[in-house]
Design a protein around this ligand. Structure first.
Ligand code: AVJ
Length: 320
């Protein structure tokens, strides 16, 4: 009975091939666009951790407050024996959930594209919780996942508001694939940031210290390193705007002047006009009715809706 198992369902080179495809597609279309998943190399992950400690970036603290307050209720409502966490990263908030579930919990299944993040998080968890099985999956959770045969009921957690980084169509497909992992009696715990005043939202994505700006520009450094490109991050300005109609924050990079970027690995030269904006992230904000409807469309029933005391962020519990 080994306490730690790691399964890779993502081929070693899948990441490189996907980055090339995303950059080629995203930089040759109009308007230009890059998917947010490429922010998170080692430096990007560090910058994101720094963002979570910024005074303007409330979602992490708000979600932690809810998890601490409601973990016993999650345990009572789900009786989960397996906790699956999608995009587990550092698993920092999850330990409150694990500890509340522990009397019944048999297995923790963290899923992430980063093997190093999975190993680091598992090490800490296992050290203090003898007997808990940790079966880490190196996988892209936006695709269909094959879960290990650990005992049910299962609770799948998708925290941090990361579902907001998916476009509406992608969210529907994602929730469908989550539903396909569950059988009746299993649950989904979903973190969503909520619609609020524009000033608060924009400040959370355009902080005074410029950490989010550095995080946004880090995607250019990733492309430089991985694809041999010659992006100069100083040629671009960080932009965060609230789209009131679609109720999402958009992060963009705006070319300060006309510039041509060479990407040798793709045999590509890309021209940016002065002032041209490239979308790098959508971070959708939600309302209870919308969350309930999106869950219902995936055959998931919202049973609990919890917010922090300031009403900024919500944790939803849904059952299959
Ligand atoms: C962790 C993906 C939810 O969208 O708020 C933070 C990422 N982007 N600042 C978010 C992020 C800019 C974050 N998520």
């Amino acid at each position: 009975m080994s306490p730690f198992l790691l399964t890779r369902t993502l081929p070693e080179d899948a990441v490189g091939a996907e980055l090339r495809a995303d950059v080629l597609h995203g930089l040759t279309r109009t308007p230009k666009e890059l998917p947010p998943k490429w922010f998170y190399d080692e430096r990007g992950s560090e910058l994101f951790e720094e963002i979570t400690r910024l005074p303007e970036y409330y979602p992490t603290r708000a979600e932690r407050e809810i998890i601490i307050a409601r973990a016993p209720l999650v345990a009572a409502a789900t009786g989960a024996r397996t906790l699956v966490e999608l995009g587990s990263g550092s698993s920092e908030k999850t330990r409150f959930l694990i500890d509340a579930l522990l009397p019944e919990l048999d297995s923790y299944v963290p899923v992430d594209v980063s093997e190093s993040a999975l190993r680091g998080a598992a090490e800490v968890l296992i050290a203090d919780r003898p007997g808990l099985h940790v079966h880490a999956l190196v996988a892209d959770f936006t695709r269909g996942l094959v879960l290990p045969g650990t005992p049910g009921p299962r609770l799948v957690a998708f925290l941090g508001g990361t579902i907001g980084n998916l476009l509406p169509q992608e969210r529907a497909a994602f929730l469908g694939s989550v539903r396909a992992m569950l059988t009746p009696g299993d649950s989904l715990l979903l973190g969503t940031d909520l619609v609020k005043d524009e000033e608060t939202l924009v400040a959370a994505y355009d902080d005074a210290a410029g950490v989010t700006a550095a995080f946004n520009k880090n995607v250019l450094s990733v492309i430089d390193r991985e694809l041999g490109a010659d992006f100069d991050p100083d040629d671009f300005a960080h932009v965060a705007v609230w789209d009131a109609e679609r109720e999402w924050i958009e992060m963009r990079l705006r070319a300060r002047a006309e510039v041509t970027v060479k990407i040798p690995e793709l045999d590509l030269a890309v021209q940016f006009a002065a002032g041209e904006e490239m979308r790098t992230e959508v971070s959708a904000k939600f309302r209870q009715d919308g969350v309930r409807a999106e869950l219902a469309a995936a055959q998931l029933e919202l049973t609990h809706w919890w917010t922090d005391t300031a009403g900024r962020f919500a944790l939803s519990l849904a059952t299959a």
